[in-house]
Design a binder for this molecule. Structure first.
Ligand code: FAD
Length: 380
């Protein structure tokens, strides 16, 4: 279905090697320790994996969404939380790419190619799916904005160098009154909250952010006042396509383990893969993962062509389909491994815990169905 050019093929082969040599051997330890894997970030940076979405003039390779989807998928086969580093980075820098002027792009984008960490800060305790209920607000004072408010669950906040922070500059205007700011980690008034203890995806960190009279220079506003909501929605498309890719990779990783195990495990005098019920489970797992993969690639193609009419629904459909599938596939993989599947040494229990998050973040799967239905009824 997809044809890769020579450069893309070389990049993907490099990624496969990195996954085998560096990521797979570290995956269980990363989950166990729950620490941000700076060594993996460095490998990404050294091998140009932080740059597919960044134009050449800012140090990137501008190879587009499809290549990044393939990279994320490949990494997620071994470690979903290592793949999340790339997703969170793309989310965090998208507002600058989409809405930033030349000066702000020059200031930040080259750093992101070289391993500086970007983070996306929209969600608040009272504003999850209903993002317009955010209370964080920014008031202009001379050449600065003073921001007050709070964010929650922000991925890689404790490790981040720059945050894209969404805040109301004019709450009465609702969606037209939100703006977005590039906030540096040592800005005065930025306070990091507690690091959340999570069920899975433990190689990424998540924490609260508090803004207590946070001072942000006017030149750090991304785009014009009121551009924030549009930028947020466009950036979420990136999050959705990449989390779909993460879910496809995770499902494939679990399938590979389940097939291998079912060939080895002998019960009733033969390998359990000879049992028809195991074969049917595997057939469903593979068929549904292939379907999710095709939908995800199709969404990436729409993004690369900037086919605005198709992008929102394809990104949302890919996200909910791939992540619901990953949840089912990883749960079934645990089942195929029986009691061993429930044990940490056999990997699939980590995959099942990781899969659950993909149904929730980047907009829950209920919200993805809402978006898809809205777009379908608009155009079809
Ligand atoms: C580990 C993790 C990492 C995250 N990283 C980031 C990040 O980096 N940056 C960031 O900004 N945010 C981040 N988030 C936030 C994430 O995007 C939100 O958790 C998500 O959008 C849902 O919001 P909520 O948790 O407040 O749930 P709620 O919105 O309270 O939803 C609760 C339930 O109600 C359902 N629901 C709500 N409204 C509707 C509706 N209209 N119709 C049908 N069902 C509905 C939801 O689907 C869900 O099942 C992260 C979250 C987690 C858990």
């Amino acid at each position: 279905m997809i044809t890769l050019n020579e450069e893309q093929r070389i990049t993907l082969n490099t990624v496969k090697q990195i996954v085998q040599d560096k990521i797979k051997p570290r995956a269980a330890e990363i989950d166990e320790k729950g620490e941000f894997p700076y060594d993996i970030l460095e490998i990404y940076s050294l091998n140009g994996l932080l740059s597919p979405l960044i134009p050449e003039e800012y140090g990137g390779i501008n190879s587009g969404f499809l290549l990044l989807v393939l990279i994320v998928e490949e990494i997620a086969k071994a470690s979903a939380s290592s793949a999340l580093i790339l997703i969170s980075q793309a989310d965090g820098l998208q507002p600058i790419l989409l809405g930033g002027n030349e000066e702000i792009k020059r200031r930040y984008l080259p750093g992101f190619v070289n391993g500086k960490i970007a983070s996306f800060a929209a969600t608040e305790p009272w504003a999850g799916s209903d993002i317009l209920s955010m209370r964080t607000h920014a008031v202009r004072r001379g050449n600065d904005y003073i921001i007050n408010g709070q964010k929650v669950f922000i991925t890689n906040a404790p490790a981040a160098d720059v945050f894209s922070v969404f805040a109301y500059t004019d709450p009465d205007k609702r969606s037209k009154g939100i703006s977005v700011f590039a906030v540096e980690k040592d800005a005065k008034g930025l306070i990091l909250g507690k690091n959340e203890i999570k069920m899975g995806m433990k190689g990424c960190l998540n924490s609260e952010l508090f803004f207590d009279d946070l001072v942000v220079p006017v030149e750090n506003r991304i785009g014009e006042e009121g551009d924030g909501y549009n930028i947020l929605m466009r950036a979420l498309e990136t999050g959705r396509i990449l989390t779909a890719a993460q879910a496809v990779g995770l499902a494939q990783g679990a399938i590979d383990i389940a097939i291998e195990y079912s060939r080895q495990r002998v019960q009733f005098g033969g390998p359990i893969c000879n049992q028809q019920c195991i074969q049917f489970m595997i057939a469903d797992m593979v068929a549904n993962t292939e379907a999710a993969r095709l939908l995800t690639y199709q969404a990436a193609v729409h993004l690369d062509r900037q086919d605005r009419r198709e992008i929102p629904r394809f990104c949302s459909m890919a996200k909910f389909m791939a992540s619901d599938n990953a949840m089912k596939v990883t749960t079934d993989a645990v089942q195929i491994l029986g009691g061993y599947g429930y044990m940490k040494d056999y990997t699939v229990e980590r995959m099942m815990r990781d899969a659950k998050l993909i149904q929730i973040y980047a907009g829950t799967n209920q919200i993805q169905r809402l978006v898809s239905a809205r777009e379908i009824f608009k155009y079809c």
